[in-house]
Design a protein around this ligand. Sequence first.
Ligand code: BGC
Length: 508
Amino acid sequence: MSTSGSIKSEQPDDTQNTFSEVDIESGANLDVALKRTKKFMVLVASVAALGGLIFGFDIAGAGATFVMDGFKHHFKWECAHDAINCVGASQGTMDRDKGLINGLFGIGAAIGALLNSRLAEQFGRRITLGLSALVFIFGASIQAWAPVMQVMWAGRIFSGMGIGMLSMCSPVYIGECAPEHIRGALGTLWQLAITIGIVLASAMNIGLAKLDYGWRISYGGNILFAVILILCLAFMPESPRWLAAHGTEEQVKESLSKMRFEDEIDSEVEKLQHEVEEERKLGQAPWSEVFSNKNLMRRRVILGFVLFAFQQLCGINAVMFYAPDILNTFFTESQAITGTLVLNTINCLSTFITVATVDRFGRTKLLTLGGMFMFPCLVACGILSVVEQTQGVGYAVLVFAAIYIIGFAFSWGPVLWIVIPEMFPYRTRGKAVGICVMSNWIFTTLVGAVFPVASTASLGACFFFFAGAIFVAVGVVYFFQVETAEKTSEEIDQAYENHKPALKRKDW
Ligand code: BGC
């Protein structure tokens, strides 16, 4: 194809173009011109990422309530100064309650993630996003109202289920709507939203801690985002990939016309139709195919499952859920909440590194580099946990925790949510992603439930365990994970087939 000469590219709608005018004089410039992104596409991904805001707000909200007087008095962990005939709870009861609040949430989320793979396939990604938000609203309302701890536990199961459903569906939806050249950056919006939710909740917690009913807002404030998500769904297009398999050509075109430029639509419709035809020849993918060795599916599912397990076993949620508790051993309650806000802000800001780099550098390099930041910090925290617990040691823990979080926030946090939906062909994507996301929640639950007890026994041992996990995790990525950046679904299939673990990676 000749690309010489000066061609002014057509601007189908200059209010929506991220490039005002593109001069095409060479093949390289043509490449740039083809990498245009409509603003509406970014908006669609941002709205879907609202699910992440709900998720993040919960992570930081629940953890902080454990040190709020209003919460402790309401659930009789501690007696208010004017309480009559009150006996505070034992450390064992509080550890059990905390473990169940986090653990039941995780179990609900694991169930939700698996359930949703079916719903998202049958009813489409868009409707399922709405349904997920509704389930969350139901659970969060119960939590915010909870008169006794048992009701709180029931609410945790449903709010967890809603968030598990969202965490299966939102990344898949974003990945299927996004054009390849910017799929990583748009996928990062999911994680960015999680971290913004965390910051928002931890900032609000400073004020909420002073109110008797503040904990209710910590558990229910994110209902607002769920409502916004449901309202925005009215103008969101269905995933063109889902429509290609379940709808008409007209519907695919209509959906694409909102997210692509006029001159990109026909070729994309053709590409999607080709993929769908290939899949139709093979018929519906049953569950058995997800675990079969056809297309290396079993190996990919195990890899995705293991990667999400490691994302949790490296201890991120021990920090996210219990940072106020950990810091409370060195500092006062309000200093602990402020310290948590600092860590959470660092978590959010560091995610921008991924937005800028994930499509250029690729997924595997970021995962490896992130692990290299996290490992030494975890070892340092382990050592600091076994020496005398002074405030100086507390500050050192805070610094190492901050570097650890930076490492996580530009790598294992966002990148896995992008990579997992990318790893699977459309035929099996819903089911396979459901299983992998379920792994994320199973291990979130395990860490959430075990950490209070394990850290009371030995905080140092917990940090050493997390360090060991990230060490092995980096090895798994280095040897087994293929690079998926900027590849089509078919190219990714081929990359898995051709991949051979080697000491020196050929694609780096
Ligand atoms: C993880 C969450 C974690 C969050 C922290 C996400 O990628 O899946 O478990 O709490 O990052 O930012």
